[in-house]
Design a protein around this ligand. Structure first.
Ligand SMILES: *[C@@H]1O[C@H](CO)[C@@H](O)[C@H](O)[C@H]1NC(C)=O
Length: 171
């Protein structure tokens, strides 16, 4: 009897441990990292392969391939997205662009000043764009984008050229 009871106890303890450990096995380090830094998890798509956070705060995120995610507008992720991560902001961004009317503009930074405002700011170089934080609650699906990559790139390049010519001094 006593043996059976201790087996039952052992079984229940094991079950308890599994219930604690299994959800952790599903945990999602990059999206947790964003949340821990006061940023919404949905800033990065589901399909993140790996990431590296360097000591100086540089975050490098590796996706399987470049892809397009739909929020309110469409956002294009290159296969490597980099930026300096600190609480409530990701600045000096590379590898992320947003469609603005017909142009793809590189997003330079993303800032959440005050989560209670419900607003997130996208720094698209020439302006800060306010978006609703709730759009970024959950990591989106991201469609692999093969065709048309060229035109995103030329859109970005055109914008960079124009910036160098005219917009530089406004920043
Ligand atoms: C990002 O961090 C690096 C290294 O600390 C620094 O040199 C660079 O100026 C930072 N960029 C921005 C936009 O803050």
């Amino acid at each position: 009897m006593a043996v059976q009871q201790s087996r039952l106890t052992a079984f229940l303890m094991l079950l308890g441990i599994l219930m604690v450990v299994l959800p952790l096995a599903h945990c999602d380090p990059i999206h947790d990292l964003l949340r821990d830094n006061g940023l919404p998890a949905g800033l990065l798509p589901k399909a993140v392969k790996s990431y590296t956070l360097h000591e100086n705060g540089l975050l490098e995120v590796f996706l399987d391939r470049p892809c397009l995610a739909k929020y309110e507008d469409r956002v294009y992720f290159e296969s490597v997205v980099k930026g300096n991560l600190s609480y409530g902001e990701l600045v000096g961004l590379e590898g992320l662009s947003q469609k603005e009317l017909f142009l793809w503009l590189p997003v330079k930074g993303i800032v959440v000043d005050d989560p209670s405002s419900g607003v997130i700011l996208f720094d698209i170089g020439v302006a800060h764009k306010q978006l609703s934080l709730s759009l970024f609650d959950d990591p989106p699906d991201c469609e692999p984008k093969v065709h048309g990559t060229q035109s995103f790139r030329s859109g970005i390049l055109q914008m960079d050229d124009r910036k160098q010519k005219g917009f530089e001094d406004q920043r």
